[in-house]
Design a protein around this ligand. Structure first.
Ligand code: NAD
Length: 484
């Protein structure tokens, strides 16, 4: 059964972010050895704006020969970079942070154009957090021993880094900042649908006068990533993306003396107890699942409500969902932007159809969606059985599946009944309950009375099929060094 709600007619005047100062190139090449070069194969693909389906620029596609050249450049740059006094290395990382801040407005707009996320989020979350990661790890460069229990450390060497499309610049920052601070050189592959901000980051590396070859950026598709993973000159792979590709990478690197961190998918539980401040919890639920259109690895996509307050929370949530503004990502009032790609939209639609077929009750906000582009209106499922696909599989879209529980023990059991283990939220007035529940949960990050809070000082990563290794904080140094 499908129910819809017409979004409340709160008319805002359009508040579009100005884009006339943004000068995108018609074509972007590969960034190898400190310079721009065309791909060996001569292949280019357009990157498009998912809100309009219009092409933004032509992007060079790196093949195996380009991977070879980038790894060779990174290898050649390694001895000088690792021997640089740590304080000097830190200054480069610091400079990158400053340049991100200087170009923050441009980066935010390009992130929203290329990926479809609301400008409010790219401006207030993605870009400031990306700068914060570089600032944070710049500070670690000459203090690595203190971060690693006083042990002597060496960089891993040449690192291969592969990132997804949901936080393109931020994920590049999570990868590059600790790698550089620890004295590694890097070859980074952005995702096929969102290469632009990584390429602007390459420009920033040039502006920062980072020595040639220390950072190489190779746009391309899965085959580029696969070539990077399989290259024998790579000493460590850091991957963020789907569990399926993570498993492929783990198999491809088996038996090699290589460092590996995998930041994979999730199906995180957001648990609301009956003693929680319910209006506050509703805001957290909205932030947990509709932030970045639900394209968030740790999205609170399974909402677990204590039975005694379930109806009240669902009613409040549904009312709040009707106030969400869906549309132009560059409008400063927009809450939910465009779905990242046609392919991702199809995946969301297929899972939502499965939810209906399997008997869950669907409610979708009946908001007016733009004629062009990829859109999916905020959606809520109730009457969800734990075995339904919408309760088990990562939807990676603005869709929340609601289930209920009676006791604390049942909440923990249901929250843990997943193949993933990335994050969870606990909403309760009692600190003791929050701590007891957190101890029972198998999840890398657990938020109490909040959701989707990120900070460079705080480690992030998963258990089970959400992967292994931590990024962020002192723990995020460990994958980038060999300790003796
Ligand atoms: P994806 O796995 O399809 O792609 C991720 C990256 O891997 C892309 O750059 C892609 O080109 C590359 N790739 C594809 N096939 C490859 C292969 N065989 N070898 C090497 N590289 C390959 O994932 P996606 O659809 O871009 O991103 C969404 C997924 O990422 C979701 O599952 C989400 O949960 C996950 N994610 C996890 C985190 C985290 O920190 N745990 C953060 C963000 C996203």
């Amino acid at each position: 059964m499908t129910a819809t709600r017409t979004a409340l007619a709160w008319e805002y005047s359009p508040a579009p972010e100005a884009t006339d100062h943004i000068r995108l190139g018609e074509r972007y090449e590969l960034f190898v050895d400190g310079a721009w070069r065309p791909p060996e194969s001569g292949a280019y693909e357009p990157t498009i704006n998912p809100a309009t389906e219009e092409p933004l620029a032509e992007i060079a596609q790196a093949g195996a020969a380009d991977v070879e050249a980038a790894v060779a450049a990174a290898r050649e740059a390694l001895p000088r970079w690792r021997r640089l006094p740590a304080l000097e290395r830190g200054k480069y990382v610091f400079r990158i942070a400053r340049l991100i801040q200087e170009r923050a407005r441009e980066l935010a707009i390009v992130e929203s154009l290329d990926g479809g996320k609301p400008i409010r989020e790219s401006r207030d979350v993605d870009v400031p957090l990306a700068a914060a990661h570089f600032f944070y790890y710049a500070g670690w460069a000459d203090k690595l021993r203190y971060g690693l229990a006083g042990r002597a450390v060496e960089p891993m060497g040449v690192v291969g880094q592969i990132v997804p499309w949901n936080f393109p610049l931020l994920m590049a920052a999570w990868k590059l900042a600790p790698a550089l601070a620890c004295g590694n050189t890097a070859v980074l592959k952005p995702a096929e649908t969102t290469p632009l901000t990584a390429l602007l980051l390459a420009e920033i590396c040039q502006e920062a006068e980072l020595p040639a070859g220390v950072v190489n950026i190779l746009p391309g598709d899965g085959s580029t990533g696969a070539a990077l993973v399989r290259h024998p000159g790579i000493d460590k792979i850091a991957f963020t993306g789907s569990t399926e590709v993570g498993k492929d990478i783990q198999a491809a690197t088996a038996g090699r003396d290589i460092g590996l961190t995998l930041e994979l998918g999730g199906k995180s539980a957001n648990i609301v107890f009956d003693d929680a401040a319910l209006d506050q919890a509703v805001e957290g639920i909205v932030n947990g699942i509709f932030f970045n259109q639900g394209h968030v690895c740790c999205a609170g996509s399974r909402l677990l409500l204590q039975e005694s307050v379930a109806d009240e929370v669902i009613e409040k949530l549904w009312r709040r969902m009707g106030l969400l503004r869906v549309g132009d990502p560059l409008d400063k009032n927009t809450d939910v932007g465009a779905i990242n790609s046609a392919e991702q939209l199809q995946r969301i639609e297929a899972l939502v159809d499965a939810g209906e077929r399997e008997g869950a009750t669907r409610r979708t906000v009946a908001c007016r969606l733009p004629d062009r582009g990829y859109w999916f209106a905020p959606t809520l499922f109730t009457d969800v059985a734990p075995v339904n696909r919408i309760a088990v599989e990562e939807i990676f879209g603005p869709v929340v599946s609601v289930m209920t529980f009676r006791t604390q023990a049942e909440a923990v059991e249901k929250a843990n009944a997943t193949a993933y283990g990335l994050a969870a939220g606990v909403w309760t007035d009692k600190g003791s309950r929050a701590l007891a529940v957190a101890r029972g949960l198998k999840a890398g990050t657990i938020w109490q009375n909040t959701y989707n809070q990120f900070d460079p000082t705080s480690p992030f990563g998963g258990y089970k099929e959400s992967g292994f290794g931590r990024e962020g904080g002192a723990a995020g140094l460990r994958p980038y060094v060999r300790v003796s």
